[in-house]
Design a protein around this ligand. Structure first.
Ligand SMILES: [Zn+2]
Length: 213
């Protein structure tokens, strides 16, 4: 498991998963579909589990989470840790606005408190070449932010830094404190991480969680 200094400072119980971590019993998480819907934690107790890509909670001691295998996990908390959120965002989610939706839902529970957000392990720009349809979809919502997150090693090829784009979106959304875990490319680091890009359909999932205090 990996923890984030910014969230530790707030005293928030949280963990970004690595490949040896098992899902804790009772973790409340939605059925992820690469969209922008946010659900409240209690809704994830229903059967069938609702489809969403972000979950928010103001229930103390209840762990909420998302799973990933290259996409971005983002854990968020309010200043006094009374409200938390977990977001799953790949390029589709970023294009659909899931990051902004997750921040909005957290702020609705957080009564004007400052928000802290940390981006966890995800596929790095080293391993994430994207094509025109992906760039077009992202440009529709994030045009002004996108170019600074791209590198173009040769014509017709673009490597996208999803984490940098998420941090830029968080900044634009007014999130007061933001960070990404360093040196955590899921595709490069097979010892620590599952990766869909690297392992295909047999890839496992990393489990990320956070709980309000
Ligand atoms: Zn990489």
């Amino acid at each position: 498991m990996l923890s984030a200094p910014l969230l530790e400072e707030l005293g928030v119980a949280h963990a970004f998963g690595t490949r040896d971590d098992v899902e804790p019993p009772g973790l409340l998480r939605p059925r992820q579909v690469h969209g922008a819907v946010v659900v409240e934690a209690h809704a994830c107790r229903a059967q069938p589990v609702p489809e969403a890509d972000a979950v928010v909670s103001a229930e103390a001691g209840i762990s909420i989470g998302v799973v990933t295998a290259d996409c971005l996990p983002i854990l968020l908390a309010s200043e006094r840790a009374g409200a938390v959120a977990a977001v799953h965002a790949g390029w589709r989610g970023l294009a659909a606005g899931v990051v902004e939706a997750g921040v909005r839902a957290l702020r609705a529970c957080a009564a004007g408190e400052a928000v802290t957000a940390v981006v966890g392990p995800h596929v790095g720009p080293c391993c994430y070449e994207v094509d025109a349809p992906v760039l077009d979809a992202l440009a529709t919502r994030h045009d002004a932010l996108l170019e600074a997150c791209l590198s173009r090693p040769r014509p017709q090829h673009a490597q996208l830094d999803l984490g940098a784009l998420a941090l830029a979106v968080l900044a634009r959304t007014g999130v007061e404190r933001r960070a990404a875990l360093p040196a955590a490319c899921t595709s490069c680091d097979s010892r620590r991480f599952h990766s869909y890009r690297r392992d295909g359909a047999r890839a496992g999932r990393l489990v990320h969680r956070i709980a309000a205090g």
